[in-house]
Design a protein around this ligand. Structure first.
Ligand code: G6P
Length: 368
């Protein structure tokens, strides 16, 4: 059944391992695999040509999916995007124009702040899309358009498979937006969708880093603080990595944009603070390499997540390099999410924490 642990020790482990399958299901719902074109399952009640701005709102891990999507909407569709956590968005009463698009992302579809933000956006006359995993949820019922993630039931309190499925939906919508706005040609669309079609297989490849990560977890488990760095779409993933580690292993962690290193976190670097660098060999890779050099120069220990080319070109001594499969740069967050999640999971297991039910946290926060 979908709601037992099968042969896994924890739901979280099972849910991490299910990702190639459920991200694949989600993909099949949002693209036409034969023609490699986006094919949204519902007709949107607006034309992306008429949208001037998107507000993406969510809580926790779902908000980091929104932050990744910001890069996609801006790059593919040249659409300005604001991302906010729901608790700020709702009370700030952010101005929305009638006909603006507001997207709400939620696994449960019941998060109180996200629901209140949705109601606010509706009252302002915005178009609303809910990216939700539970189609019968309140957020799904109340939003104008529902785009479902097909992650299946997520039991572990720390979100994993819902996150990568949210990314798949948002990537598809961003490509559709780029197409509708004349920013992407048919060729561009096919190339991008082809990149999405490859994701489930690449995620399965990424799972093969597990033994190496399990070993690394013994070292991370002894740390008091861990720093996560990334640039571009790897920046939100750095935030997600730090959140995951905090949530389930209770080790203090911070995620930072790699370029901000010198504006603060560099002061924390010494031989006791591992620095997890998420750096696929993309257009900002060189910049991240120089940040790593700054870390190494201060005695910091780097755990580098990159691809084979990145590993060869990174002229720094890392403590551990986790080599990820080669893939199109645009969609690396879905694949790099896997080692990021595995590292938090195995660290929590080493520590002996209650992985599926971390202290003080709830799966779905339905009260403020
Ligand atoms: C809680 C969970 C997180 C989740 C967040 C948002 O904090 O522990 O894993 O990301 O709520 O939940 P939602 O159901 O709205 O995605």
């Amino acid at each position: 059944s979908l709601v037992d642990k099968a042969n896994y020790r924890h739901f979280m482990a099972k849910e991490i391992h299910e990702q190639p399958e459920v991200v694949g299901h989600t993909l099949a719902r949002y693209v036409d695999m034969a023609t490699e074109r986006v094919a949204l399952p519902v007709k949107l009640p607006f034309d992306f040509k008429n949208i001037q701005r998107i507000n993406l709102t969510a809580c926790g891990t779902a908000s980091y999916a929104g932050l990744v999507a910001k890069y996609w909407f801006e790059r593919f569709a040249r659409l300005p995007v604001e991302v906010d956590v729901a608790s700020e968005f709702r009370y700030r009463e952010a101005p929305l124009r009638k006909g603006d698009l507001a997207i709400f992302i939620s696994q449960s579809g019941e998060t109180a702040d996200t629901l209140a933000a949705l109601r606010y956006a509706k009252a302002e006359g915005a178009h609303t899309i809910a990216v939700v995993n539970v189609p019968t949820s309140t957020i799904a019922r109340e939003s104008e358009t529902v785009l479902q993630t097909l992650a299946g039931p997520e039991i572990g309190v720390a979100s994993t498979k819902a996150f990568t499925c949210q990314l798949m939906v948002l990537a598809s919508v961003a490509i559709a937006a780029g197409k509708a706005r004349g920013q992407l040609s048919e060729e561009d669309e096919t190339r991008l969708v082809h990149g999405l079609v490859e994701i489930p297989r690449l995620m399965a490849d990424a799972l093969s880093t597990e033994l190496q990560i399990e070993k690394l977890a013994h070292r991370i488990a002894k740390s008091r603080d861990v720093l996560y760095l990334g640039r571009g779409t790897s920046f939100p993933l750095a935030l997600e990595g730090a959140l995951k580690l905090k949530e389930i292993s209770y080790i203090h962690a911070e995620g930072y944009a790699a370029g901000e290193l010198k504006h603060g976190p560099i002061a924390l670097i010494d031989e006791t603070t591992p620095v997890v660098v998420i750096a696929p060999n993309d257009r900002v890779f060189e910049k991240t390499v120089s940040n790593m050099q700054e870390v190494v120069a201060r005695g910091g220990n780097i755990i580098l997540m990159t691809d084979a080319k990145g590993a060869a070109e990174a002229t720094v001594d890392s403590l551990v390099t986790i080599v990820m499969p080669d893939m199109p740069a645009a969609f690396t967050p879905m694949v790099y999410a896997v080692p990021v999640q595995l590292l938090a999971y195995h660290t929590a297991v080493v520590i002996g924490a209650d992985v599926d039910q971390p202290r003080n946290l709830a799966k779905s926060v339905t009260v403020e």
